[in-house]
Write a protein of this length. Structure first.
Length: 670
């Protein structure tokens, strides 16, 4: 087939809009670019379309216009989020993987069409249809004063790919100015697979962003795609004038001769029901369930990691065609079993799978109804059937992963700025950096969270286990130990069951960056003594009305945990924590939020009493990080800003898992 379906073309056109300023008065304004509705109230466009106009004011209200939206009248909208790192610069070309923005209607009741976004991870390339808006060509003095947006449409063949998200068009395609943000429709499947990014200056051809780049939005991706699948799941199923009924006529739908084949209607119903299931706990559950549904065969290499249940369904394709119903139904039943193992209810999905099984051969029925979860994906429970009360901190060789962020101050930078890198310690070895920024000016402390959100979200999704988020270790110099990492918000749009503060959901501890490399004997000896101690005790540091002295820390028994009611990055606290590190202490607690200049106050006593109670009820050092996390969870729920532990940070520095030595020092010349 060389031409696209005329009805799907019309549906795409109905969902497409162009963006303009809201303050143009009675005259039509020069358009900024194009966009298209992907879910009720949500428009997808390119970040570079909005960046020049929202610089310094991301809350600016602007207009969306479409000939089939709101009777052609403009509707107000605002930026919800984009993938840009930091503030955009006008002269800077936006990288492909950052050039997406999600726009939200201010009035959500506007009726409109929504495109069908592909659920597939890979896209083999082929004939595409691109349509959007461009400024009307005008002559004379009025040309710059007012440019009416007009529709355009072009056929384009995708024949090349750049890294994970770039799709290149063959040079015969001509794209006009203003077309950025237009949907790219795959004529073979009738699904939108990309977003037009750019044309080639002075030549035909251009580039699009693969729709899979939406996954980089994290929690917003889950929210928008669930709304997308619910909307299409409730769309008309009889008239034939909707996306799914028309897709059934296209080559990409496969051949449907019976109930053992998986049809576009089946896909629509499955994704609609998956949208109502609790989100998965990271990438691993989705990937492993999809692999098992494929008979234990991993998807072809080069696939992007699946982040939501919908993405797992998108892995069930072979050579561009949907797999047989046995694989899809097996995957859906595995999702049901996974939810049951978490104590959740996926009854609507399970009921639909049971009804759909009535149309398949008995062998399919048997495989699906006897589905069992892969090893390691059952939610961990204690012998009495209850969730484990305390999670022990990972040790070398136990198979548990820890995510490590190293923050290295830039030399001579005033005020402080940081280089950073992210590693994973999988219990056997500390991996090479997965993400890092080790050149340039570094990142200011107040921008660290924003810069680390995307990389950490990706890494956590790949290593988290069901019911057991991987701990986060942040290694930094002692001068910066008052960085309240446990208060970092790693998502701007947290799910209701996933608290925004990282220290509430997962164990968060600090490490001393100066201890990189081979651990010394003093540190090893004290750590071994602490692990062997029958009970831990809190030790007020320094003793009341005394100054810290090295002997105080050297003479503490191995079971003692230094506790400071003051910041550890300056003054008395900095001297105390330095002496503790020199004496080999691997665990310490301190209050990051300040201390009276003229001695301890009543709150200091609360800190010491609370820390003493926490440590006394702890059965060994490896329980301390999770017990502190549970207290943070309680604080988050009660919103008690005066709780003794609200500003408390923890050093947990295990010498049996040393940080890799710094390899940036001088080396011999060859």
């Amino acid at each position: 087939m060389t031409d696209s379906d005329s009805f799907i073309d019309a549906l795409t056109r109905a969902a497409t809009v162009h963006l303009t300023p809201a303050d143009q008065g009675q005259n039509p304004a020069t358009m900024w670019g194009s966009g298209f509705f992907v879910a009720p109230g949500w428009v997808l466009t390119c970040a570079h379309v909005l960046a020049p106009h929202l610089k310094g004011d991301r809350a600016r209200v602007f207009h969306l216009r479409g000939s089939e939206v709101n009777g052609g009248e403009p509707v107000e909208a605002q930026l919800s989020c984009w993938l840009l790192d930091g503030e955009p610069r006008a002269e800077q070309r936006v990288p492909v993987e950052q050039d997406l923005a999600l726009v939200r209607l201010i009035e959500p009741d506007v009726e409109h069409e929504c495109v069908w976004l592909t659920d597939r991870t890979e896209y083999p390339g082929g004939r595409g249809i691109v349509q959007g808006y461009r400024p009307e060509q005008q002559d004379g003095a009025e040309a710059e004063a007012a440019k009416r947006a007009v529709r355009w449409k072009a056929a384009a063949r995708i024949n090349g790919f750049d890294d994970d998200y770039g799709m290149r068009f063959r040079p015969e395609a001509e794209f006009p100015k203003g077309g950025s943000g237009s949907p790219v429709l795959d004529a073979h499947t009738g699904a939108v697979v990309g977003i037009l990014k750019s044309r080639r200056v002075g030549r035909d051809g251009g580039m699009a962003i693969a729709a899979t780049a939406l996954r980089r939005f994290g929690a917003a991706y889950q929210l928008v795609m669930a709304a997308h699948d619910r909307w299409h799941g409730q769309s008309p199923k009889v008239t034939g004038h909707n996306w799914i009924e028309r897709q059934h006529q296209l080559p990409g739908a496969g051949v449907h001769t019976g109930g053992d084949q998986w049809s576009p209607e089946d896909r629509r119903e499955a994704l609609f029901l998956l949208a109502g299931v609790h989100p998965p706990a990271g990438i691993r559950p989705v990937a492993e369930l999809a692999k098992k549904a494929r008979g234990g065969v991993a998807p072809p290499p080069g696939q992007l990691p699946p982040r939501i249940w919908r993405d797992g369904h998108g892995l069930l394709y072979e050579a561009g065609q949907p797999v047989a119903a046995i694989a899809a139904l097996h995957y859906l039943q595995l999702v049901v079993e996974y939810e049951r193992s978490r104590g959740a209810d996926a009854a609507p999905l399970g009921d639909w799978v049971a009804r759909r099984l009535q149309d398949v051969p008995r062998i399919v029925h048997t495989v699906v109804t006897q589905a069992t979860l892969p090893p390691g994906l059952v939610h961990p429970r204690s012998p009495d059937g209850q969730d484990r009360v305390v999670v022990r901190y990972p040790r070398p060789g136990d198979g548990s992963a820890v995510v490590i962020v190293e923050l290295e101050p830039v030399c001579d930078a005033r005020p402080a700025r940081f280089y950073w890198r992210i590693r994973v310690d999988d219990g056997r070895d500390v991996n090479e950096p997965l993400h890092e920024e080790q050149t340039g000016e570094g990142i200011a402390p107040e921008l660290l969270v924003q810069r680390l959100r995307g990389p950490l979200d990706e890494v956590f999704a790949s290593v988290d286990s069901p019911g057991a988020p991987a701990p986060l270790e942040v290694a930094l110099p002692a001068d910066h130990f008052d960085t309240a990492v446990h208060r970092w918000q790693l998502t701007e749009m947290a799910r209701l069951h996933h608290p925004a503060y990282v220290g509430v959901r997962r164990m968060v501890v600090l490490r001393d960056l100066a201890r990189r490399g081979e651990p010394d004997a003093v540190w090893l000896r004290r750590w071994a003594g602490m692990l062997a101690a029958e009970a831990l005790t809190a030790c007020r540091t320094p003793p009341q009305r005394q100054v810290p002295r090295p002997r105080q820390f050297e003479e503490m028994p191995p079971s003692a945990v230094p506790v400071l009611c003051r910041p550890a990055g300056r003054g008395v606290g900095r001297r105390a924590i330095g002496m503790a590190l020199q004496a080999g202490h691997g665990i310490a607690l301190w209050h990051t939020d300040g201390h009276p200049d003229n001695g301890c106050a009543e709150f200091c006593e609360d800190v010491h009493q609370g820390a003493a109670a926490l440590i006394a009820q702890t059965a060994g050092a490896m329980e301390l990080p999770d017990r502190l996390r549970r207290i943070r969870d309680d604080i988050s729920g009660s919103r008690n800003s005066r709780h003794w532990a609200e500003g408390v940070a923890m050093l947990y520095d295990d010498p049996s898992r040393p940080l890799p030595a710094d390899d940036n020092g001088p080396v011999d010349s060859p």
